[in-house]
Structure formats: structure tokens, C-alpha cells
Design a protein around this ligand. Structure first.
Ligand SMILES: [Zn+2]
Ligand SMILES: [Zn+2]
Ligand SMILES: [Zn+2]
Ligand SMILES: [Zn+2]
Length: 400
């Protein structure tokens, strides 16, 4: 049996990396001390006797061909073996200072603020890539993070982690995300692969050039001898047929050396999943009440510490995201552009709240400054209003 049969090499490497004992014979390999996990996965107990040539297949041996089940199981096992862990990523926030850090608070104060947490999943796949070339072996480990189906590159330095119980884990997304991560890892290792490949290619072309020039020289010498024989009538000691045979031999030898160099310079690479970590991270929803003289307003701020993303509240009028908190005295949250001062009280109001004119002065005044008369339904400045004798209803002086 050829000892460099790729299936045989793959099988030996697979079981060795699994930690099993591999006994290599000329015709077969025998594997013992196979981890239980693989025995269960494969569905057959050890020992395994593997042969790689049909003619050697026997009752007690398993024939490994590119189509054989055991080979497929070995490959699938490499894809599935990743031991998964469940972790919690913690990112505590102090709510008041979080709000003050992110918002400029103008004509109001925080009266109450709480935060609720939604957990989200972050998947971390750790891959190991092994490159083998020219008797060298290089290994690289890469982490691929997948968040909501997208590969991200998070900064976890501000998080603390704690272990969680694995049993509540919902693994339905894991398989899909694994495929995403696997696609990504191919791209990620491409750079390293092409660097190694180009080094090998340079070295290979040098070697081939060396082989070529050596044999070109030998062939040239023979050609010179042959042309001498042809041109002179003198009987040479050498037989042209022998020289031609020698020439052909050089050509064949050259081919063999070139092939050998190509083999020596080939790059083998293998990527496998080592671990999977599922990490729960918090998504904050901060509920803050802002209070000014007349109004209290609830504002919701979403914060994703993993992606460093905040969804701020927006201006009630123009919907611009806000970085400052300005309350209209009609209870609207407004931006600088949409805030207008009431001519009467001088407080911040907005276009929605300053829509009504006092029917006496004909000036736009805010909701706090005017009242509607229950009798004539006119909107007038508070100055022109009075409460009825019971003190419940507001009527204007004209109607009183
Ligand atoms: Zn606005
Ligand atoms: Zn006003
Ligand atoms: Zn308003
Ligand atoms: Zn009235």
C-alpha cells in the first residue's frame, strides 16, 4: 500500500488529532482508544481497522474510499466537533450618568429613570487553520463573531463575562450562523494562504529553473556530439542510437525532478472548528422621565453596548434624532429648530402648541398661556379669563 495515499494520511491525522492510538501497518491502520464522543457519532464501537485498497478489504476491516461512510463521518465530525459554551457578557450602566453623558439637558431635569434589559445572542466560532508545506507546519486560530446573522468585529474589552447554564440554550440559529462564519473564515484565511502560496511559488520556479538549466546543458552536450558524428566521416567511438537514448533519459529524468519539486512545494491546508461560544449580551431600553415647570415627559433611549449603537429619541415635530433634551411646555420633545418661544410667557413651545391666537390680542400664545371659554368657545389669554363661581369652569370676562 502506498503510504502517501491521501485518504490514508487523512485518516491517520484525523484519529491522531482526536487523541486515539493509531497503529500503522503496511496494508492497514488500526485505531484504538477512540474518544467515546466519536464512537457515538459514528455509531460503531472501536477498534477500527481501516484499509485503503479494495483488494485488501476483509470482513473485519473497513474500506476507506472517497465515498465511504466512515470518511464522510470523519469530515462531518470535524465540522461538528466544536464544543460550545454559553456565556453572559455583562455591561453594567449607571442610568443617570448614562443619560447625562449622552444628552445635554436644557429646560428640564431627570425626575425618574429606569432601564430594562433584553438579551441578544452573539455567536463566537473559533477556527484553527493548519498549513502544511515543505516539512513545515503553521497553525492559526481565528475567531469569527456573528451577531443577528452578520459577521462583526466587536470590542469586548469593556464587558465582563460569566458562565451560564447550557441547558436553556436555544441552538436553532447556531447551524445557520455557523455557515455564515465558515464562509467568512475562508475569506479571512485567504490572505495568509496567498502569502504562503506565493513564497512557495517563488521557491518552486527557482527549483524548476535550476533543474531545467542542468538538463538543458546535458542535452546540449549530446546534441553537439551528435552533430560532430554527422559532420565528420571519421568513425566515432559513440553510437548515435546510444546517445539518443541517453538524451531521452535526460528528458524523462527532468520531468521526474520537476514533478518531485512540485510535490515538495504543494500547500496543504485544513481548517476546523475548535469551539463555539454563545454569548448573551444586554440591549438596554432606558425609560427616563424629564420634568420641567409644567410638564413631565417620558423619553425612551435604546442602547446596544456591543455594537456601540444608541437609538436616541427624535424631535416630535421634525423627527430628527436628538442629542439634547428640550421640552416644549405643551409636553413635546423638540429640537432647537422646532422650539419657539411663546411671546407671552417666554417659555419654550413648539409650532404645534403655538398654533392658536389669542382672540383679543391676536398674538400666538402657548397652551399654558391661553384658555378656551366654555361659553363662547373663544381662545383667549389667561388674563381675560376667570373661573366661574364654583371654580370649575373657565369663562371669559366678556361672557361672565
Ligand atoms: Zn425638530
Ligand atoms: Zn406661554
Ligand atoms: Zn408643543
Ligand atoms: Zn366667552
Amino acid at each position: 500500500m502506498e503510504s502517501n495515499d491521501p485518504l490514508r494520511l487523512f485518516s491517520i491525522q484525523f484519529f491522531k488529532e482526536l487523541g486515539a492510538n493509531v497503529y500503522e501497518c503496511r496494508d492497514y491502520i488500526e485505531v484504538t482508544s477512540v474518544p467515546l464522543k466519536f464512537q457515538k457519532f459514528y455509531g460503531k464501537n472501536e477498534p477500527y481497522k481501516l484499509v485503503f485498497d479494495k483488494s485488501l478489504a476483509a470482513m473485519d476491516a473497513e474500506l476507506i474510499t472517497p465515498e465511504s461512510y466512515l470518511l464522510k463521518m470523519m469530515r462531518a465530525y470535524l465540522d461538528n466537533v466544536g464544543d460550545s459554551v454559553l456565556l453572559a457578557l455583562n455591561y453594567p450602566i449607571q442610568i443617570d450618568s448614562f443619560i447625562k453623558k449622552n444628552f445635554e439637558i436644557h429646560n428640564c431635569i431627570i425626575s425618574k429613570a429606569t432601564a430594562s434589559i433584553n438579551q441578544n445572542f452573539l455567536f463566537k466560532f473559533t477556527f484553527q487553520t493548519t498549513y502544511k508545506f515543505q516539512n513545515e507546519e503553521e497553525r492559526f486560530v481565528n475567531d469569527v463573531f456573528v451577531d443577528k446573522g452578520i459577521v462583526i468585529n466587536p470590542d469586548l474589552s469593556e464587558f465582563t463575562t460569566s458562565n451560564l447554564n447550557k441547558k436553556d440554550m436555544d441552538m436553532t440559529q447556531l447551524r445557520d450562523y455557523y455557515s455564515i462564519a465558515k464562509e467568512h473564515i475562508k475569506e479571512a484565511i485567504n490572505k495568509r494562504t496567498s502569502i504562503i502560496a506565493s513564497v512557495l511559488e517563488d521557491s518552486l520556479s527557482k527549483e524548476i529553473a535550476r533543474v531545467n538549466s542542468y538538463y538543458e546543458q546535458r542535452v546540449k552536450e549530446i546534441d553537439e556530439q551528435l552533430s560532430k558524428i554527422n559532420s565528420s566521416n571519421s568513425k566515432s567511438q559513440k553510437d548515435p542510437a546510444v546517445l539518443n537514448a541517453q538524451k531521452q533519459q535526460f528528458v524523462n529524468e527532468k520531468e521526474l525532478f520537476v514533478q518531485n519539486e512540485q510535490k515538495k512545494h504543494s500547500l496543504r491546508l485544513n481548517t476546523k472548528l475548535i469551539t463555539t461560544a454563545v454569548m448573551l449580551y444586554p440591549l438596554y431600553s432606558v425609560e427616563a422621565f424629564f420634568k420641567s415647570d409644567n410638564v413631565t415627559r417620558l423619553v425612551i433611549i435604546q442602547f446596544d453596548p456591543l455594537n456601540k449603537k444608541m437609538i436616541p429619541p427624535t424631535c416630535d415635530i421634525c423627527k430628527t434624532p436628538l442629542s439634547e433634551i428640550i421640552l416644549c411646555n405643551g409636553n413635546h420633545l423638540v429640537c432647537r429648530q422646532c422650539g419657539v418661544k411663546c411671546e407671552e410667557c417666554g417659555k419654550i413651545s413648539c409650532e404645534t402648541c403655538l398654533r392658536q391666537k389669542c382672540s383679543v390680542t391676536n398674538r400666538f400664545i402657548c397652551k399654558q398661556c391661553g384658555r378656551v371659554c366654555v361659553k363662547c368657545k373663544a381662545f383667549k389669554n389667561k388674563r381675560f379669563m376667570m373661573t366661574d363661581s364654583v371654580g370649575r369652569q373657565v369663562i371669559c370676562r366678556s361672557c361672565a
